[in-house]
Design a protein around this ligand. Structure first.
Ligand code: SIN
Ligand code: FE2
Length: 217
């Protein structure tokens, strides 16, 4: 039997790819669990719906967001912060599903950060055109813990810069199943996501779901 291009096995996780001091890409690390992670994310979304948060400047974010875990990241006219309740319902955020917590811990360990115990998972939903401008993740009280970011669905261009907003940022394609981890010297690196290109993902359709795990409290 001859192997055509279409018979090639899907890419497998191989090894961390360093992108800066303390920052790596784990390409394909979450591939074999994509379906379980998506199901878990959909359960969270059913209990705490995605919403377009208002920035302190008064603009609705293009990315839809929700959270699971003890703490959830929120933004409104008064600023950014972590909250132990969903402002939409007044209820605690849904618990972090075990498969999500397990993946986040394994990815952190693979990137060299042992003992990662995230208490917050921000779920970001990008539709075509949605973007996240360059920012630092700096609302967490424990900056010794890394950020673990899992990409599902449509591919995106991840911007990863330095510690100053004006630093040049490099661009990395993030595909379904890729995980990015940044901590240590890169913990406060500026990062963002370029406007999502339109497309059709076989499982997720016209969207990208990103899960970012943090130690917030
Ligand atoms: C984030 O910075 O919170 C999300 C990054 C991403 O969507 O890849
Ligand atoms: Fe971020």
């Amino acid at each position: 039997m001859t192997l055509s291009l279409f018979d090639e096995p899907p890419p497998r996780y191989e090894a961390p790819q360093p992108i800066a001091q303390g920052a790596v890409l784990l390409r394909g690390f979450a591939l074999d669990q994509g379906e379980a992670l998506l199901q878990a994310a959909q359960q969270v979304i059913a209990a705490a719906p995605l919403r377009h948060l208002m920035t302190p400047g008064g603009r609705a974010m293009s990315v839809g967001m929700t959270n699971c875990g003890a703490l959830g990241w929120v933004s409104d006219r008064t600023g950014y912060r972590y909250s132990n309740t969903d402002p939409l319902s007044g209820q605690p955020w849904p618990a972090m599903p075990a498969c999500l917590l397990d993946l986040a811990k394994r990815a952190a360990a693979e990137a060299g950060f042992g003992h990662f115990n995230p208490d917050a998972c921000l779920i970001n939903r990008y539709q075509p055109g949605a973007r996240l401008s360059l920012h630092q993740d700096r609302d967490e009280s424990d900056l010794s813990a890394p950020i673990v970011s899992v990409s599902l669905g449509l591919p995106a261009v991840f911007l990863f810069g330095g510690l100053q907003r004006g630093d040049r940022s490099a661009r990395y394609g993030l595909a379904h199943g890729d995980v990015a981890v940044w901590g240590g010297a890169s913990r406060l690196a500026f990062h963002g996501v370029a406007p999502l290109a339109d497309g059709e993902h076989p499982v997720l359709g016209r969207q990208r779901i990103n899960l970012t795990f943090r130690r917030a409290g």
